[in-house]
Design a protein around this ligand. Structure first.
Ligand code: NAD
Length: 368
């Protein structure tokens, strides 16, 4: 097979993995390719100090391999901090499969992906993320034990999304208590951006509590279905931040708080499920802080899903899953207080707690 030989000039134009802006001392990055099934995947293992790297697999039609690589680097790093702040003995990892989940996902492709996961001997444990279903994890389970989020009928804890949504709801209530003095969300105007697995379950909690919910999604069918079911108001178009919101809940993809939106977001609180909501955690976190927009750190409040899949590894029951998830309320309040006391961004306050736990464990491990 002919392989293009790049000139030395062309080679210097390609930023290598270690030079990517999203690279943060990741331990291992694995590129997986299978010609027969068309699988092209990247597994990112960020940090395994606290335990094996656990994180979902995302299937997305990335515009380029660089985009996929940066996504997996950012997502796996986020998982490290999510597990750490939640008190789980897990490291951070994530995988991305490049392709359209609707048209290119096949049982053969999922099983081949499972074989690559298996080849890492448990250093990385997978689960579902955007573009994945519990049934996909069941297929992966056929070739490797290093998978969570499998069906309850197959001994798993089932779809983690409702638990994630409950945790986000808890984090949102904590933010409301901090901001308004009451955790009640009745009559609050809440924008839920992305009404997929997590977004829909969040809309349910919000409408049950009497919030006024606005929804957006690029999927028209989802919009109609969720609106009809819960009476949520649909917003179409790119001007959603022109209206005054109490709470903005990003539940689609990451980086929606970016140079284009950060000054426009007209909300008192941001609390949602999406991973890596801040395009640049330092720049955009600081701008929100200065604007007085209270940001509930994503990796802290969207940990319900990882708590749910961790139960499969630690064999704890539903009651314990919900107790741990409900505790996101207390942890969020603590982090918001810390940030206020030290006059730092809420993201940084959460990051500090996570980093402290990892450092402590590193020292303990060295003593062993
Ligand atoms: P999903 O694929 O079920 O839903 C995502 C929804 O967002 C889809 O309906 C999609 O059409 C919509 N969307 C995509 N781009 C959009 C855009 N530009 N504007 C508006 N809507 C858009 O995914 P999910 O499982 O609900 O996860 C949502 C987010 O939460 C993801 O960022 C995921 O990484 C994160 N998350 C999920 C879990 C979980 O348990 N599923 C856990 C932690 C974090």
């Amino acid at each position: 097979m002919a392989v293009d030989v790049l000139s030395s000039h062309e080679l210097t134009q390609i930023a290598p993995v270690f030079g990517q802006t999203s690279f943060d001392n990741h331990e291992q990055v694995v590129f997986c390719n299978d010609k027969d099934t068309g699988l092209k995947a990247i597994i990112g293992i960020h940090n395994t100090v606290l335990g094996p790297a656990l994180g979902g697999t995302r299937m997305w039609n990335y515009a380029s391999e660089w985009e996929a690589l940066n996504d997996v680097l950012r997502l796996s790093r986020g998982m490290t901090f999510k597990a750490a702040i939640t008190g789980l003995n897990l490291g951070g990892g994530k995988a991305v499969i490049i392709g359209d989940a609707k048209t290119q996902k096949t049982p053969e492709l999922m099983k081949k992906f499972g074989e690559f996961v298996h080849s890492l001997s448990g250093k990385y444990i997978t689960a579902e993320d955007v573009g994945m279903e519990t049934s996909d994890m069941d297929l992966v389970r056929e070739v490797t034990p290093y998978v969570t989020g499998i069906s309850e009928s197959k001994g798993g804890a089932g779809n983690p999304s409702p638990v994630t949504a409950y945790g986000v709801f808890m984090g949102m209530k904590a933010a409301a208590k901090f901001k308004y003095g009451s955790e009640m969300l009745e009559d609050k105007i809440v924008l839920v951006e992305g009404v997929g697995h997590v977004g829909e379950a969040l809309v349910e909690h919000l409408t049950n509590e009497g919030a006024k919910v606005i929804i957006t999604d690029i999927n028209e069918e989802r919009l109609q279905a969720v609106s009809e079911k819960y009476g949520a108001h649909i917003h179409r178009g790119n001007d959603v931040f022109e209206q005054e919101l109490d709470i903005y809940a990003p539940c689609a993809l990451g980086a929606t708080i970016n140079n284009d939106t950060v000054f426009k977001i007209n909300a008192a609180i941001i609390a949602g499920a999406a991973n890596n909501q801040l395009a640049n955690e330092h720049i955009h976190g600081k701008i929100l802080h200065e604007r007085g927009v209270l940001y509930a750190p994503d990796f802290l409040i969207n940990a319900g899903g990882i708590i749910n899949v961790y139960a499969e590894l630690e064999h704890y029951n539903r009651q314990e899953i919900m107790r741990k998830t409900e505790n996101i309320f207390n942890t969020t309040l603590e982090i918001l207080e810390r940030a206020k006391k030290s006059d730092i961004t809420t993201h940084q306050a959460a990051l500090n707690v996570a980093l402290e736990r990892i450092e402590e464990r590193k020292i303990e491990n060295l003593k062993k």
